[in-house]
Design a protein around this ligand. Sequence first.
Ligand code: FES
Length: 242
Amino acid sequence: MLGTKRLVVAAAEKPPYKSEWRRRELSSHAHVPGANDEVETPEVISRRQWMANATIAISGVIGLTLAIPIVGSLVPDVGAGGATWTPLDENGWKQLQSATDKAVRIDINLKSKDAYLPEQSSPQSVWGIKVKDPQKFSRDRSDLFTPAGKDMLPYPIVTLGFVLFSPICPHLGCYYNYNAAANKFQCPCHGSQFDQNGSHIAGPAARGLDPLPLREQSGIAQCEWIRYAPTIPNRLVVSYTA
Ligand code: FES
């Protein structure tokens, strides 16, 4: 009987098979959840998911908030709201109305709004001429009219019998002067010259003077300020600010 008991004890103390050793070894390295560990319950998973969704939503709102003004600032402010009608100085307008064949400089207080900056105003001036013979004018300024006499710009070039010119030289953007004795416009920078109708007659400019929109509203003459691209024969709008 004693011999049998020894055999039973020996069997109980016999080392486990290799696979059993391996299982014990793995389980000894297995992570045992501690007090600070979150247990992956469905509640924890849904909380995590909620946090992820909230992060995405907040990022989206921030991205949208930044994207709208950035994209908006890249879009040229044209058409409605692009150019702003600016009143002409009353005295200058009266001078132009009573002018004969001389150009008249008319002051304006140009209001402009650029992107998100508050509206600004700057003293500017435009040149005005009286057009006695619109047909002759359209022939002389063939860069502004079709052969049939239609305006090539998206606004009337001759309004109320007058034409306003931007004071900016179409060569490289200097402000030109008017020589009353010679009845022509001259640019001090590189010598471009334009006749009384604004036609290019000398110097490096690639086109004649640029006409600006003009209208009369409630008895007040107003113009729009447009800056066209310099150096090229065509008129491409680059801004509505000075
Ligand atoms: S900027 Fe007027 S001629 Fe050059």
